[in-house]
Design a protein around this ligand. Structure first.
Ligand SMILES: Nc1nc2c(ncn2[C@@H]2O[C@H](COP(=O)(O)OP(=O)(O)OP(=O)(O)O)[C@@H](O)[C@H]2O)c(=O)[nH]1
Ligand SMILES: [Mg+2]
Length: 312
């Protein structure tokens, strides 16, 4: 496996597919990958559709490359009506990076299964981390809870906004601000960028007494970029480095890693318990009880408990 990890991108892609497709059959592999990992800085980039996340990630990658970092990018396509053709689009926007062996880009589709996506993303991160990519960037469209969960798996979370949202910024899901370590107002060449910056700064200031571990030491900076021109991207890269320093200094990094481990373990455990529990249930008994619930002879809780062989 050492050769695969050090070697070419096709082998790397195959390794990710293997780990993703059947984690339990790849148990030995996963054990080795997990043991080798833990060094990559994981950066989550989220925000509303079309705010310029991919363009910004492309520019950030160039900046990381100039610093000599190898970069892995996981672009999550939620296959939602919000982002038609994102896969092709991302490929075009990230074409500057094509042909650079220090950059590996992986696109992922949800196939309507966000839970599975979170797991597949974690698996891909594990492979890239073990393969020695110093930076791993996960891009997700911030339209729902699932995407927030994926972003939560990062060490540093960037939330990308665009001007012109007006009141929507005010109404923006508090959840997104809560997870933001760095806020970026992209498309700063457009009218209203300064208003958006002001509104976000006000929200950050309002929110920070409640922001838990970030209260004393880390207040999310609000930065302006014009990603299409690369303007302001150096400041974003610098903030990411500063945040990494903060994570190490404050111990927050350890806390986050522990939370992430708990989260991942719980997800896997839930899947396994469900899978194993379902295996024990007789199909015939299940069908019979479905009929009886439909006929209102038994309530669904009682039926579930009977299937588990447990009292209510
Ligand atoms: N004017 C302007 N346009 C930009 C800027 N950054 C990106 N764009 C454009 O905005 C559009 C969307 O950019 P993307 O980078 O694909 O945005 P995204 O957030 O990744 O989009 P999804 O992944 O589909 O949610 C593209 O046409 C970009 O060229 C910017 O700074 N200024
Ligand atoms: Mg994108």
């Amino acid at each position: 496996m050492r050769q695969t990890l050090d070697g070419n991108r096709r082998a790397l892609a195959q390794l990710i597919s293997l780990v993703e497709s059947n984690p339990s059959s790849a148990a030995e592999l996963t054990a080795e990958l997990h043991a080798r990992g833990g060094r990559a800085a994981i950066v989550g980039v989220t925000g509303a559709p079309g705010t310029g996340k991919s363009t910004l990630v492309n520019e950030l990658c160039k900046s990381f490359r100039r610093d000599g970092c190898r970069v892995g990018v996981i672009a999550v396509d939620p296959s939602s009506p919000f982002s038609g053709g994102a896969l092709l689009g991302d490929r075009i926007r990230m074409r500057d990076l094509a042909g650079d062996d220090g950059v590996f880009i992986r696109s992922m589709a949800t196939r309507g299964n966000l839970g599975g996506l979170a797991r597949a993303t974690a698996d891909a991160v594990r492979v890239l981390d073990a393969a020695g990519f110093e930076m791993v960037v996960i891009e997700t469209v911030g339209v729902g809870q699932g995407e927030l969960e994926i972003a939560r798996r990062a060490d540093t979370v960037l939330v990308v906004e665009a001007p012109g949202l007006g009141d929507e910024v005010q109404a923006m899901k508090a959840g997104i601000l809560e997870i933001a370590d760095i806020l970026v107002v992209n498309k700063a060449d457009r009218e209203g960028a300064d208003d958006t910056v002001r509104a976000l700064r006000a929200m950050v200031n309002l929110g920070s007494p409640l922001a838990g571990d970030r209260t004393d030491a880390w207040r999310a900076p609000v930065l302006k970029t014009v990603a299409v021109k690369g303007t302001g991207v150096a400041d974003v890269a610098e903030s990411i480095a500063r945040h990494r320093g903060y994570l190490e200094r404050s111990g927050t990094g350890t806390t986050r890693r522990r939370l992430r481990a708990a989260d991942e373990l719980e997800t896997i455990l839930r899947d396994l318990l469900l899978e194993r529990g379902m295996q024990r249930i007789s199909r015939v008994e299940l069908d019979t009880l479905v009929e009886r619930v439909a006929a209102r002879e038994i309530d669904p809780y009682a039926a579930a408990c009977r299937l588990l062989g447990a009292p209510i």
